[in-house]
Design a protein around this ligand. Structure first.
Ligand code: SF4
Length: 286
């Protein structure tokens, strides 16, 4: 801890890369352009897993609806980066006057892989959270048999399978995919694996691993409903570094910062730049 003006100074290290990923940045840009052009835009579900950013977009004219059938006829509909099932997309095309497709290209790839595996007769295994909209969307592209597993513990070791096609929700941990594959390879006659974890996710996971080795504590900033932020928190905790998960800088616990000479900051792939800046500014003023 260095001293400045008689006070101990905290060394701040920001993970790199961190924060908004390519897909969410692209989707938010599309949404902002559409709001400027059309005034009101209906998004299927929350466009970004960050409550503060959603509030900002709602103030610009965004309306949230739960399903395609809730989009008023002829209005502008927005598909978020997580994507939707094909049936939902088709319904949107029938109802909306304009459909702005913000599906991240990496999610589209996972949907296409799932579809091709099921068409080729594989039982499709999706590593992911069955309640997550991205996984629900991917499942909507599978015609045959499928299952969702969240870890190797969900796999029944006594079951035997013929042909398994494995892919992942884009934000899963790479190590979890590896352990699921190594368990399933022993249970099936044939497996085909697509690593559909996106590079942005892997890079953010690697950056927080590096950060954990370099600091006394890590503040992870991101929505409590953000899967990729949760994964970052899990990784930091698993490496034994003191970890604080907050959604915005007002939640920073000053008691937690005490005695820490260096503090790291990492942000989920759905955390906007302005929230990260707020937080780093506060820590720098410590
Ligand atoms: S985490 Fe990856 S797959 Fe998901 S929106 Fe971002 S870039 Fe796309």
């Amino acid at each position: 801890m260095s001293r400045h003006g008689g006070r101990p100074r905290v060394n701040l290290v920001v993970a790199s890369p961190t924060g908004l990923c390519f897909g969410v940045r692209r989707a938010i840009g599309q949404l902002e352009d559409s709001l400027t052009r059309y005034g009101t835009v209906y998004s299927l579900g929350s466009p970004i897993h960050n409550p503060q950013e959603v509030d900002r977009l709602v103030a610009l004219g965004l309306k949230l609806v739960e399903s395609a059938s809730r989009v008023p006829k002829g209005e502008v509909a927005f598909v978020r980066a997580h994507g939707v099932a094909r049936s939902e997309f088709d319904e949107l095309r029938r109802r909306a006057g304009v459909v702005v497709d913000g599906t991240c290209p990496f999610v589209s790839t996972a949907q296409e892989r799932a579809e091709s595996l099921s068409k080729d007769g594989y039982q499709v295994v999706v590593l992911g959270d069955s309640n997550h909209p991205e996984v629900k969307g991917i499942l909507g592209y599978i015609e045959g048999d499928s299952m969702v597993v969240s870890s190797e513990d969900d796999i029944d070791s006594s079951a035997r399978h013929e042909r398994l096609g494995i892919l992942s929700q884009t934000t899963q941990r790479d190590t979890t995919l590896a352990s699921v594959v190594s368990k399933l390879v022993l249970l099936a006659s044939e497996i085909k694996v697509y690593n559909t974890i996106c590079r942005a996710t892997i890079e953010r996971q690697e950056s927080i691993r590096r950060l954990a080795k370099a600091v006394d504590g890590i503040v992870v900033i991101g929505g409590k409903n953000s899967a990729n932020t949760k994964k970052l928190v899990e990784i930091a905790e698993s490496l034994g570094v003191s970890t604080l998960w907050i959604e915005h800088s007002d939640e920073l616990d000053w008691g937690w910062t005490k005695g820490k000479a260096s503090i790291g900051v990492a942000a989920g792939g759905s955390t906007p730049d302005w929230l990260i800046k707020d937080l780093t500014g506060k820590i720098q003023r410590l």
